[in-house]
Design a protein around this ligand. Structure first.
Ligand code: SAM
Length: 326
């Protein structure tokens, strides 16, 4: 009998069960031979107490929940099926720095064994919040199979999330990002996610197809020519396709469309990083306001809808998410 360990966060019990395809977490616990349960790896509790506690806690937004409360179930597993996490489950058993020995990781990403890789941002759920901000319908990605292009794919959170949702995914980045393609390769192998991984500048690479969905997340302010860049995105987008554009925003509040020039000389919303100016995609160039992004899409006859009313943008007003369509 294998001994397995899983962690259920109290407020995720229902969602977690649903993602695993279980009728309910309680039903699964009864079906499995649960040998031991711990809260915060300390007190041993009976299975019925776990859900008593769960019920006592009224549902609250994530950020008001105490992360300290974690339930650990030690399971005596009699089935022949491996217990693996769903990619979209926010539960994790422990945080790991570099499971493949390669640091730094930009993305905080789950692993199938329940561990979570530590990303660059202190908010361990930052990439999940970005995914939610895009309001992507996972079923839409699978039916019919959507062609996704992840530009500046980095460690691969959004590529793997799309592949696990059923999309056909091309991920592109350059070796100026020093962990490319080591981390995305490791992640895709861990999740058995098929990705077409391309090492090239997206502005110059000869793609042999157009894409239904383009992720352009955290890349706009790294390009010198935003107009050439938007023309390129439009050219890569299939009819009826969608571009999800995420960007650093200027902190200057004004109603007209403006692009703030990032600088090392003056105090600006982000530094230029002049020492890396010759490398692709490292320095910061232009920081738009919301109106400037809408205007940029409009110049190329595309519609742009700001997606700002979500945890990702509300918690970090220096970032904006946009949905751009033909
Ligand atoms: C700030 S990171 C954002 C990573 C990821 N898209 C996200 O939003 O979490 C920017 C990424 O874009 C990549 N990048 C920037 N310019 C690029 C270009 N011209 N072609 C390919 N990748 C580029 C960088 O190497 C880096 O991995």
């Amino acid at each position: 009998m294998a001994s397995l360990k899983c962690v259920l966060l109290p407020y995720e019990g229902g969602l977690f069960a649903q993602q695993q395809g279980w009728a309910s977490a309680e039903a699964k616990i009864q079906e499995l031979s649960v040998t031991e349960q711990l809260i915060n790896d300390r007190s041993v509790v009976r299975p019925d107490q776990l859900y008593e506690q769960h019920r006592r806690e009224p549902s609250q937004p994530d950020r008001e929940r105490p992360w300290a409360v974690r339930y650990t179930l030690r399971l005596g597993w009699t089935g022949d099926k491996d217990f693996t996490m769903n990619f979209f489950s926010r539960s994790y058993s422990e945080i790991v720095e570099a499971p493949n020995g390669v640091r730094p990781w930009w993305h905080s990403v789950p692993l199938p064994d329940g561990r979570r890789i530590k990303g660059a941002h202190p908010d361990i759920d930052r990439q999940f919040k970005m995914w939610e901000a895009m309001q992507i319908d996972a079923e839409f990605l699978a039916r019919p199979k959507q062609r996704v292009l992840d530009i500046g794919a980095n460690d691969g959170f959004f590529s793997v999330a799309s592949a696990k949702s059923g999309a056909s995914v091309t991920s592109i980045d350059t070796t100026n990002w020093l962990t490319w393609p080591h981390n995305i390769t490791y992640l895709s192998q861990q999740w058995s996610a098929q990705l077409d991984v391309v090492t090239y500048d997206f502005r110059r690479y000869c793609f042999d197809q157009q894409f239904d969905v383009i992720f352009f997340l955290g890349v706009l302010y790294h390009v010198e020519n935003v107009f050439e860049c938007m023309a390129r995105l439009k050219n890569l987008l299939a009819p009826q396709g969608t571009i999800y554009l995420e960007t650093h925003l200027t902190s200057i509040a004004v109603d007209m469309p403006i692009w703030e020039s990032a600088s090392d000389l003056f105090s600006t919303s982000a530094p230029l990083g002049k020492s890396t100016i010759g490398q692709i995609g490292i320095s910061n160039f232009l920081l738009p306001n919301v109106q400037a992004v809408i205007n940029l899409a409009h110049i190329f006859d595309m519609k742009c809808e700001p997606l700002l009313d979500n945890a990702y943008c509300l918690e970090d007003p220096g970032r904006g998410m946009f949905r751009i369509t033909q």
